[in-house]
Design a protein around this ligand. Sequence first.
Ligand SMILES: [Zn+2]
Length: 528
Amino acid sequence: MNRCTRTTLSLYLTLTMAVPAVPAPPQRPPLDQLKKEAVAEVDRLATFTQQMVDQVFSFAELGFQEYETSRYLTGVLEKNGFRVERGVAGMPTAWTATWGSGKPVIAFITDIDCIPLASQKPGVAYHAPMVEGAPGHGEGHNSGMAVNVTAAFVLKKLMEKHRIAGTLKLVPGVAEELVATKAFFVREGLFRDADIVLGSHVDNEFAVNYGQPVNNSGLVSVQYFFHGRTAHSAGAPWSGRSALDAVELMNAGWNYRREHLRTQHRSHYVITNGGEQPNVVPSEASVWYYFRELDYKRILELYELGNTMADAAAMMTDTTVNRRLVGSAWPNHFNKVVAETAQKNIEAVGMPQWSEADHTLARSLQKEISATVEGLKTKVTPLEAPRDPRGGGSDDVGDISWNAPMIYLRYPANIPNLPGHNWANAVAMATPIAHKGSTAGAKVMAMTALDFLLTPELVRQAWDYFRDLQTKEMKYAPFIAPSDQPPVEMNKEKMEKFAPQLKKFYYDPAKYKTYLEQLGIQYPTVRK
Ligand SMILES: [Zn+2]
């Protein structure tokens, strides 16, 4: 078609195509009114939220093995009209669920994996494993999707009803406990189109913050594999080369060097393979290190120091070494504009109404583990200006937080003063404490999303903070190399061992109102 014909045709089409008469949209209620509607809808879904909390609790799956959990969550999302893509970023248990169209794109993220050795009967204020030695939700990640999915369903309903443009996108924090996925999600571009990222994480307070949290570090997680030569340990030890010696020398070297590192650094290791039996010189041994620091440059320096120690230990023992980056996390940095917006919603929602039974469970557990006995928190946490970070745990959402304006809503679904990564942290996680806290969290997530869906100026301000302050001098660069792949085989053997036993206890919401009811647990069960 030549240009003249094309122009004529397009003119013809423009003139002849009838523009259908668009009915004037009904007056959309003001934002405050929509938020009230959202709160009422979240309350209406309280049973759904409770069932999701209980269901995921009962699956108790370790990182990269969240097969039942992901099957269940994607099923629910698909049934409710979300477009699901499975196996994203090279991870069988990762997925995205999307609904809506156009801008803004609001992404929701929350973790789904559990903790080794944390199996625990819910509602029981002393150590009582569901399955001895099995993993369990001793971090409370079973409640996060209940928060995000409830909020997303409510938003979808309001967006349809009031013709609100925008896209909702849900992403699961697969294997967060291995800090092994978000850098790959970023590399895959899962957050490339996100205007705002709303993360949620279980806590005992109702809070949000901006900047780098005071108790947060970034990290690299790396395994060193030493290779030597077997020999009879007594008959011909001179013929052997001990890979275990290399591991021990590396650890000794690191522990001496520790004295001369900044106090903000944190590092720890476990020996994942120490040999077969004493009379065989170990030809294979391995050690797994976490190197944590407060910023990208210092984390890289620690990592390089670790590599030097490993090479030196190999040299001393005449062994060889190779390494594998298992996970990495940028230090978190949360967006001031998004945090201030969410804080107003936290204050509007307020803390859940705890019952005497909830407080009794909390106080009994605190007493049981010799923690400060104070029951549950009853006031929301005020928004504070960031303080100088001193270091602590890591979360690979840090990588996302350096790619789009993000917050991490901490909703009150657990008991204060617990050790973390422990059976005690699982006690409340399928009880009314977790149910009420998740409902409260879903309200804030839905309200905050509405703020950004309906106020383009707020989206712009969040990006101004992101571009002009947060990333002005510090630009994101991944710790992972282009050739690195997620270690999706991790935890496979452990899960294969425990899944058949855990399966007997999967929650059946068709038969039982709550998981406590299914297990026949009196709430709360406390020491007399
Ligand atoms: Zn977590």
